[in-house]
Ligand binder design. Structure first.
Ligand code: AMP
Length: 415
């Protein structure tokens, strides 16, 4: 039997309704913030991610699904959403829609990762991008939108960690200090880290190899190197969060695995398993890097696979798969037509109705209705068609009543 590729998942009918609930809840929060949905291609030219996400990141160096298409163009399945959204923003002149432009997306992402709990090769992210404001207020708005997700979904034990990784000005000084720290052990680092030493030593701090992680302990932190502007920006965010009574911690180890971040970076972590359920930050240089005007921006992405998992842990019984309201059991040619007509009309009125589509015996139809937990069963045969009346049974109470075979009347009865 052919099985699904490693790191991918089937979301089965007994699970998908939870995804829908969570996706709809997050969508509502983001739309209440004025964010509008954007959909971009699942694949882009590889160069977009090399330039946007950064040549020396793990994502680009190790995790991208890259291939040549039939015309020998290098194509990559999107490993994250921001680069594609920014490409679309520039290509479609979306700055004309007014500033700031607030967007959200819900898309699967593809990364060739080491598969483990909460880490897949195809995973879904809902993200937001707020493009066009350099103010700390935009960072605060995006952080609050993230917090609202966990509040609304009633997911406990989520903590907010924030950090600032400065701008290119402060980063230069920091990189020097970091190189000085790393230099004595240079020979002992892995080959990937060695290639990052000159180009982008910050990325050495993301290395997942144990020996590198150990040597990174005690590295200087970028917070100590922030320029005045970055410092004020960060202070303003902290002050606002405090005034709003929002708990946060500064975690100077958050550097985020993507090169485009500047100033604020943040993560919402589930304390239950230590996994990040949402990550984001400011990326003031990306629009220009990808070929647009100098435009500040800030955003986040949540990992839905992880959110569904924690949601399930606490709120398993809070939401239910939609239940069948009515099953129309029928026997005989005329009854079949009437059942088909009533089902069609009731569905148009928004009722969840099923009827036999396998030409099965009446007993088999009842069995199906029971298995699917139908709330009511309406039974139509030749006599019922002739009299234009049929029995409708409440399957929970067992009470049976007679009703006219008239869609409006049945609709009212069920409502
Ligand atoms: P990133 O795009 O790496 O900043 O990740 C943002 C969020 O997406 C993380 O906080 C996770 O919740 C989720 N995420 C990232 N990578 C994966 C993965 N391989 N599998 C499942 N979720 C992921």
């Amino acid at each position: 039997m052919i099985q699904k590729p490693k790191g991918t998942r089937d979301i089965l009918p007994g699970e998908s309704y939870k995804w829908q609930y969570i996706e709809n809840t997050i969508k509502e929060i983001l739309e209440n913030n004025g964010m509008k949905e954007i959909r971009v291609p699942a694949f882009e030219y590889t160069e977009l991610f090399q330039r946007g996400v950064g040549e020396t990141t793990d994502v680009v160096q190790k995790e991208m699904y890259t291939f040549l298409d039939k015309a020998d163009r290098s194509i990559t399945l999107r490993p994250e959403g921001t680069a594609g959204v920014v490409r679309s923003y520039i290509e479609n002149g979306l700055s004309n829609l007014g500033s700031p432009l607030k967007l959200w997306y819900n898309m699967p992402m593809y990364r060739y990762e080491n598969v483990q709990k909460g880490r897949y090769r195809e995973f879904r992210q809902i993200g937001t991008e707020v493009i066009g404001s350099e103010s700390y207020l935009a960072d605060v708005e995006v952080i609050l939108a993230g917090k609202a997700i966990f509040d609304k979904l009633e997911i406990p034990n989520i903590k907010l960690n924030i950090n600032s990784i400065g701008c290119p000005v402060c980063r230069k000084k920091y990189q020097e200090a970091l190189r000085d720290f790393l230099r004595p052990n240079f020979d002992k680092y892995c080959d990937t880290c060695k290639t990052r030493f000159e180009k982008n030593p910050l990325r050495i701090l993301d290395c997942k190899e144990e020996k590198c992680k150990k040597m990174n302990v005690g590295a200087p932190v970028i917070l100590d190197f922030l320029c005045d502007e970055c410092k004020t920006h960060f202070e303003n965010i902290k002050k606002t969060l405090e005034e709003l009574g929002i708990d946060y911690q500064i975690d100077s180890s958050i550097v985020r695995g993507l090169d485009y971040y500047t100033k604020t970076v943040f993560e919402f972590i589930s304390e239950d398993d230590g996994l990040a359920v949402l990550g984001g930050g400011r990326y003031d240089g990306l629009v220009k890097e990808v070929g647009g005007q100098n435009t500040p921006a800030v955003g986040f992405a949540t990992g839905l696979d992880r959110i569904v998992e924690v949601f399930d842990k606490y709120n398993k019984d809070k939401i239910k798969n939609l239940n069948m309201k009515l099953y129309i059991a029928n026997i005989g040619d005329r009854a079949e037509i009437i059942a088909t007509k009533i089902a069609y009309e009731l569905r148009a009125l928004g009722i969840y109705v099923e009827k036999d589509i396998c030409s099965r015996s009446i007993n088999a139809q009842f069995k199906y209705a029971n298995k699917k937990n139908a709330e009511y069963v309406l039974t139509i045969g030749d006599t019922e068609v002739e009299e234009n009346k049929a029995k409708i049974k409440n399957m929970n109470t067992g009470i049976e009543e007679e009703i006219n075979l008239n869609t409006e009347e049945i609709y009212k009865y069920l409502s």
